[in-house]
Design a protein around this ligand. Structure first.
Ligand code: DC
Length: 206
């Protein structure tokens, strides 16, 4: 079984995908981590994420070990850099085979990202597009980041989310948009528990 969970930054899709994978006994891949790891590899090598050669070289040489340092990959700056490398079609292409192989490995998987239902796994058994208002997402992400970084403000987090939404939605390749056959799940008014059970119902009913 393959479940595709897509949605904008800080929509709660990662937490949801992890819990769904546990519930249904599937593997889980947070595909945003791939783009974050590519961005970090470029920066660690002293390169610039705006440089197409540097980001393609990093994408082609990415290995699973580079996904391990989750805490640093999840930092606010890395999300912005990831959004820049993710707009490059050559980088996206280099990530495809890994994601598809992961999805198909038994017993199947829950993948979360932006283009899982539309590009990576168009034949997924269930596709869910998770949304929430930018303000609701900024509030959630701010709480998460403020625990680690006392300097960060709510306004910075909201601005970052709006900038990334705009870039992720307007890029030419695999823009952020629901697949035609995706179920929409708006979590603005739902806590994680309610969102989780709504998603379980969608998967069980597919
Ligand atoms: O989900 P996230 O915040 O970790 O994702 C980081 C960036 O990677 C995000 O701005 C968009 C990009 N991304 C993407 O383009 N396609 C995916 N499948 C996952 C993430």
């Amino acid at each position: 079984m393959i479940v595709a969970i897509d949605g904008p930054a800080a929509s709660g899709k990662g937490t949801l995908a992890r819990r769904l994978a546990g519930h249904f006994g599937l593997r889980h891949l947070d595909t945003g981590m791939l783009y974050r790891a590519v961005a970090r590899a470029v920066l660690d090598a002293g390169g610039d994420v705006e440089n197409p050669d540097a980001r393609l070289a990093a994408a082609r040489s990415l290995d699973a070990g580079q996904l391990k340092d989750e805490a640093s990959l999840r930092g606010a700056g890395m999300g912005e850099a990831a959004s820049i490398v993710a707009a490059d079609p050559a980088v996206r292409d280099a990530m495809l085979a890994f994601q598809r192989a992961f999805a198909k490995t038994p017993p199947g998987a829950v993948l979360d990202g932006r283009d899982i239902g539309s590009v990576v796994c168009p034949d997924a058994d269930t596709k869910i597009f998770v949304t929430a208002s930018p303000e609701a997402r900024a509030t959630r992400r701010y709480k998460e980041l403020a625990a680690r970084d006392g300097e960060i403000t709510y306004q910075q987090v909201l601005d970052d989310i709006r900038r990334r939404d705009a870039r992720d939605s307007s890029r030419a390749v695999a823009p952020l948009k629901p697949a035609e056959d995706a179920h929409l799940l708006d979590t603005t008014e739902l806590d994680i528990e309610a969102a989780f059970w709504a998603a379980v119902d969608l998967i069980s009913g597919s």
